[in-house]
Design a protein. Structure first.
Length: 109
DNA sequence: CATACCGTCCAAT
DNA sequence: ATTGGACGGTATG
């Protein structure tokens, strides 16, 4: 059962707003949904009750790093996401976003 | 209802 | 640069 709260619903929407080849950070995402905590987003994404309908791989840390998606910073799933992201147009280098210009500000744009 | 846990961010050193 | 603490929300007892 999808026990999504208002908070998670916002995260879901924000994620859908991200165009292909664009990435967002937990903080930017949180700012967009008026959430003052990116921590909760990371945790909610990790649990991802709506996975894989939600492209949580498009959400990165404020460092422009992947930060770890399913609880792993270095894993085969992470590498797979990097592959998908690079296919979308987002290039990650050693787990870090190669082009910060790929960052989209949901609250701005 | 309270507590514990999760994961990230911010701040301090 | 590195480490620790704090924050917010979720989940569970």
């Amino acid at each position: 059962m999808k026990k999504v709260t208002d908070f998670q619903a916002k995260v879901y929407e924000a994620l859908k707003l991200i165009p292909e080849g664009r990435v967002t950070t937990y903080k930017l995402l949180g700012k967009f949904i008026d959430c003052k905590s990116s921590q909760a987003i990371g945790q909610a994404l990790k649990k991802n009750p709506f996975a894989p309908d939600v492209p949580c791989h498009r959400v990165i840390k404020t460092d422009l790093s992947i930060g770890g998606f399913y609880g792993e910073v270095t894993g085969e799933k992470i590498t797979d996401k990097l592959k998908i992201l690079s296919k979308e147009g987002v290039i990650f280098e050693d787990g870090f976003l190669a082009d910060e210009k790929q960052l989209i500000d949901l609250a701005k744009r």
